[in-house]
Design a protein around this ligand. Structure first.
Ligand code: ZN
Length: 144
């Protein structure tokens, strides 16, 4: 039992290092894809709930690009609980998730279309392209 736990800790540490070092934060990939599509947006829009990573106020859409570990992506291999300090992490993840959900609700109440892109989903660029292409479709004509 002890041995497998050590292995888990070691794997987690290695994974975290890799994620940090490879340095392709999900926001950056989402921004690149949004620019390829030709979407107009601002980054870290502090005047909106949750400071969305990308947003277009006129087009009434916002995107959160979430790291799977910090935002605790459920069912994702990057969203696991570290074995050590389990209570600390469980509380932290619960708080992060609750805050994320609240911000999305607040934005939707303001009439925004909200897209949450998880870090693990940014690997499939084609799919991301397709998802982002649909943003603001309903308001595209007015905004033009
Ligand atoms: Zn994930």
């Amino acid at each position: 039992v002890k041995r497998s736990r050590l292995k888990t800790d070691a794997q987690r540490a290695a994974l975290m290092r890799r994620v940090r070092r490879s340095g392709t934060p999900p926001e950056r990939i989402v921004r690149e894809v949004a620019s390829e599509i030709g979407l107009r947006y601002r980054c870290n829009v502090k005047s909106l709930p949750g400071s969305p990573d990308l947003a277009n106020k006129r087009g009434r859409w916002a995107i959160f690009a979430n790291g799977c570990f910090w935002h605790h992506h459920k069912g994702c291999k990057l969203g696991t609980h570290p074995a050590r300090n389990a209570k600390f992490w469980a509380d932290k993840f619960a708080a992060n998730r609750a805050r994320d959900a609240r911000k999305v609700r607040e934005l939707r109440a303001l009439g925004f279309e909200v897209l949450v892109v998880w870090q693990c989903q940014t690997a499939d660029r084609k799919r991301l392209f397709a998802r982002l292409s649909k943003l603001g479709e309903s308001s595209a004509v007015e905004a033009a």
